[in-house]
Design a protein. Structure first.
Length: 374
């Protein structure tokens, strides 16, 4: 059997899907991966090849809206599948799901699967909205529907996304689907770390408006006015997404002391170990991987009552949930950890327990492989 995994972001192959790829190799499959920016000789490609994977560079622009470029991506994927003849294909993120599924159907791949890891920018828009978001909000559901009709099963990372696709007719009644608990986390790779002495909050995210970065900065400013010693760290980078934070905005938060910016990190574990509470005020997620990593390391979590986020936090148990875009509520939740220092330890211990019960990557991958007949 030959398995092809198609991704829109090359770094995610090892960071998010490494254990799944290892599980596939352990079952004796010939495993191929395709993603952009994997030219011959590049360091990531060499690391993938060293694990026994067959690697293919993919001409795909993750955030582009050029139809000619997207047609070229579809053609490239069709040719690739005709050449390597996979028995199973799995795509994740929007373009790999859409064009990967269409190409797989055209190439006659026997088993075709899609993983919806989150809906993001296009699905947070409103009907009738103008501009890039409005165009995507109108177009993307139709493209998903066209592609998913040609899959044998669709995986979702939260029940809200699954329900939305069913209600809107994006996923028809004839296509099976199931929900898995995110991409999971390797509990051995993310061990519990001691808590710091002083209040230290952390957000790890691409620097997008939809990730709640502005709300995080605004709430941090409120809390620092009352508790100047509290630390608010930010890890991430400015993406080429239309919703990206402006560089001048980020520079302002750094200059006035609101945020401690750590840049983009290849290994986020030291940043998580340094914090006492992890914060993700996102507008919508699949299942946020950074929250799972923080939970595994024994950190309380503040997140939003939004799809994908709400599943990770039992309010008042392993953290707090606040409404989307609610700066004052977010600041109050942060303030509680300052006023009640024992909360971080108690809720952090519960986070680790929940990570062990629900988010162990080995359990999640076993479910995926079972659902794919592997």
């Amino acid at each position: 059997m030959i398995f092809l995994l198609v991704a829109g972001f090359a770094d995610s192959l090892l960071a998010f899907r490494g254990p799944l790829l290892e599980a596939l190799l352990a079952r004796g499959l010939e495993v191929h991966v395709a993603a952009p920016q994997l030219a011959p000789g590049c360091p990531l490609r060499l690391r993938l090849e060293a694990r026994g994977l067959r690697v293919h560079d993919l001409p795909l622009r993750r955030t582009g809206m050029n139809p000619l470029q997207d047609c070229a991506t579809l053609l490239h994927l069709w040719r690739l599948k005709r050449r390597i003849r996979p028995t199973h294909v799995l795509g994740y993120t929007a373009k790999p799901v859409i064009y990967g599924s269409l190409a797989a159907a055209l190439a006659g791949v026997p088993q075709r699967f899609a993983l919806i890891t989150g809906l993001g920018y296009a699905f947070t828009g409103e009907d009738g909205e103008r501009g890039a978001r409005g165009l995507l909000h109108a177009l993307l559901p139709r493209l998903y529907a066209l592609a998913l009709r040609r899959t044998h099963k669709v995986f979702f990372q939260n029940p809200d996304d699954q329900a939305l696709f069913r209600v809107q007719g994006i996923l028809g009644p004839a296509t099976p689907s199931c929900v898995v608990n995110g991409s999971g986390v390797d509990l051995l790779e993310y061990p519990v770390a001691p808590l710091p002495v002083r209040p230290h909050f952390l957000l790890i995210a691409r620097l997008l408006g939809d990730k709640g970065v502005r709300e995080y900065a605004a709430a941090a400013r409120q809390v620092k006015n009352r508790c100047p010693s509290a630390v608010f760290a930010l890890v991430g980078w400015i993406d080429d997404n239309p919703d990206a934070i402006d560089q001048a905005e980020l520079d302002g938060w750094i200059a006035d002391g609101t945020l401690r910016y750590l840049g983009r990190l290849d290994d986020v574990r030291p940043a998580i170990a340094a914090c006492s509470v992890y914060v993700l005020p996102s507008y919508r997620e699949g299942t946020p991987r950074t929250v799972l990593e923080a939970m595994a390391m024994g950190r309380a979590v503040i997140t939003t009552d939004a799809p994908g986020c709400r599943e990770t936090v039992v309010d008042g148990d392993n953290g707090f949930r606040v409404p989307v875009k609610a700066v004052d509520e977010l600041a109050r939740a942060m303030q509680r950890f300052i006023e009640e220092p024992a909360l971080a330890a108690r809720m952090g211990a519960r986070s680790r327990q929940l990570a062990e019960e629900k988010y162990d990557v080995q359990r999640i991958n076993a479910r995926l492989l079972q659902e794919m007949g592997l």
